[in-house]
Design a protein around this ligand. Structure first.
Ligand code: FES
Length: 482
């Protein structure tokens, strides 16, 4: 029976992203067994299995954390009780493995004794040969650099440092590291888990533990009924995982699954990367974050009552830090109020989310993103969300602007291109973006295309792409402020 590892765990062990491993498995024609790969196949694909610091996994994590303006999370050890629980679990496995080894040793000794007793039998030569082979094999020292041993050593360390969480019925998977709650780790991994307060009051993050051990890490006022406790219900915001855990939990699958919220946020910064663009970073209170789906927008209101609808330009995986790209045009009164009357620490009321410019998570087709000007904001949110989920599809970003400086965060796109496999960036200055897109990908039936930008540009591009053969359901479009 070959030893099997889930693709999710295997990717982490060899230091690549899950999407890279899935692509490699596909390209090399390797057979998987219900989402699992054999250890031998994994070692054939990655003969060197050490977790190096410059591994692709680390690079992608770095890009995610820094490029998303996300809080840089320390690599914390889990707390003492959690560590003790994980070590105890490994100890139980070690004891069981030792018991099995002792049993095999006894069986081997009995076979050897039995063979010795029959050495004078007619098949003496074969028996002697077999005995010689057994003794020789047992006397051989283990290979000094057995890649399997390195792989299993990595796996042991991983199991102490992180817990593997699987959510049902979606089968989404993620790692929980340090002292994160099950909810926090899931949201940071890009999952749209159900939650409200994040502080144990609302009960919306209730989930049922199917297997594994969890531990309460914060007091919660919400009271689980006796029946719920007996059915292993827990609050994901108030528990961490001691061992690998399988949970039954609700996840939003569309805009109707997320309620409208009103959150008073604080301005962290207002930057002006170019004359025509302002980037505002606001932060929600720790206990009242904004739940939204990548690509959605909200209504922002400033203290002088100026308001406007803007796409969130950041990933839902960082639900406290929200970014907005505000076109800085003379006729944009919101931009003017932001520039002239708003400073760090001021309140900004956020109401939302709304909109259905959403990522098609089920699709495995290559993704093409076409942003016109400030339409880059919702596109950025979608791309970061796809990265957080490690969607195994290639991505092409076409960003069309009138002049070079309108590519107001060109460096970010270049950083994505440099850091990620299968991510291509095509800045387009004062050219026909659809023509460039079609030259690059003429087979439109094979791709999903996301378009965002001013109404006229989006509608025109959509018509051209549909006429060129893009199936209607593979066109996802939204309009943004010019
Ligand atoms: S999110 Fe409110 S109780 Fe967990």
């Amino acid at each position: 029976m070959p030893q099997l590892l889930s693709v999710f765990r295997a990717a982490r062990l060899v230091g690549v992203s899950r999407s890279s491993l899935q692509r490699k498995i596909h390209d090399e024609g390797i057979e998987t067994f219900e989402g699992k790969i054999t250890v031998d196949d994994l070692l054939a694909l990655f003969p060197r299995t050490t977790l190096e610091h410059d591994s692709e996994y680390d690079r992608v994590q770095y890009i995610k954390q820094h490029a998303f303006a996300k809080r840089v999370r320390e690599h914390l050890l889990p707390d003492v009780d959690v560590l003790a629980g994980r070590v105890a679990e490994l100890g139980r496995e070690l004891a069981s493995t030792r018991a099995h080894l002792a049993q095999y040793q006894t069986i081997l000794e009995q076979i050897t004794t039995h063979l010795r007793e029959t050495e004078d039998a007619p098949t003496q030569k074969e028996v002697h040969g077999l005995l010689h082979w057994i003794n020789g094999t047992l006397a051989e020292p283990p290979m000094p650099s057995d890649p399997r041993r390195d792989l299993f050593a990595n796996d042991t360390v991983l199991r102490i440092m992180a817990a593997h969480i699987k959510i049902q019925p979606s089968n989404h998977e993620y790692w929980l590291e340090g002292n994160d709650s099950i909810l926090e780790a899931g949201v940071h991994s890009g999952l749209a888990l159900n939650y409200g307060c994040t502080s144990g009051n609302c009960g919306l993050c209730k989930a049922r533990v199917i297997s594994g051990e969890v531990k309460k890490i914060q007091h919660h006022d919400y009271v689980l009924s006796e029946a719920e406790k007996n059915m292993n219900y827990v609050l994901m915001c108030s528990c961490t995982a001691v061992s690998d855990v399988v949970l039954e939990a609700l996840e939003a699958s569309g805009e109707n699954d997320i309620p409208t919220q009103e959150v008073i946020t604080k301005v962290k910064s207002i930057d002006q990367p170019t004359d025509d663009m302002l980037i505002m970073h606001v932060q929600t209170p720790r206990m009242q974050r904004l739940r939204f789906l990548a690509g959605q927008s909200v209504t922002l209101s400033l203290k002088d009552k100026s308001s406007g609808d803007f796409s969130v330009a950041s990933c839902p995986c960082d639900d406290r830090n929200l970014l907005f790209h505000i076109p800085n045009k003379p006729d944009n009164s919101f931009a003017q109020a932001l520039r002239e009357n708003t400073k760090k620490g001021d309140d900004v009321t956020v109401v939302g989310p709304h909109g259905h410019f959403l990522f098609n998570e089920e699709s495995r087709r290559p993704q093409i993103y076409l942003a016109y000007g400030a339409g880059f904001a919702p596109i950025k949110s979608l791309i970061e969300h796809a990265m957080a989920l490690e969607i195994p599809a290639s991505m092409d970003l076409f960003w069309a602007v009138e002049k070079e400086q309108d590519l107001y965060i060109n460096n970010l796109c270049r950083a994505w291109h440099d850091a990620l496999e299968d991510f291509d960036y095509h800045p387009i200055v004062n050219q026909n973006a659809v023509k460039r897109l079609l030259e690059h990908q003429p087979e439109l039936e094979k791709v999903d295309i996301y378009i965002a930008g001013p109404k006229a540009a989006v509608e025109h591009a959509g018509e051209q792409l549909l006429a060129a053969g893009l199936p209607n359901e593979q066109l996802i479009a939204t309009t943004t402020q010019d």
